[in-house]
Design a protein around this ligand. Structure first.
Ligand code: ZN
Length: 110
């Protein structure tokens, strides 16, 4: 589907060509129909970009559910289930809470 825009362009060319094949008595009607078909195609193309992008899969859980706490440095910084969200940097982050010093915060995950 990566070449969809190019295929749409080729399709539009064909529609216009088809309209040009009409005899003089149908030329105007054929041209009007071709225009509305092209408009229709462009409308469809406008709705497609989101469908063309591969959906980013939200991870179910971070690779390491227990990390070293950035405050007390003990390995008791636990991922809090169901807290994964999209981060500002286009990745994902999860909420962690330290079972030892109660420090908590968001952490970028893989
Ligand atoms: Zn801690």
């Amino acid at each position: 589907m990566a070449d969809a825009p190019a295929r749409f362009s080729a399709l539009k060319e064909s529609i216009r060509e088809l309209a040009d094949l009409a005899g003089p008595e149908h030329r105007e009607r054929a041209s009007t129909l071709a225009d509305s078909l092209v408009d229709e195609l462009e409308g469809l193309l406008g709705e497609m970009p989101s469908a063309l992008k591969p959906a980013r899969q939200r991870p179910k859980a971070p690779r390491d559910e227990v990390e070293r706490c950035p405050v007390c440095t003990l390995s008791s910084y636990h991922y809090q289930r169901g807290t994964i969200r999209e981060s500002e940097h286009g990745g994902f982050e999860a909420f962690y809470r330290c079972g030892s010093c109660a420090h908590e915060g968001w952490k970028e995950i893989q």
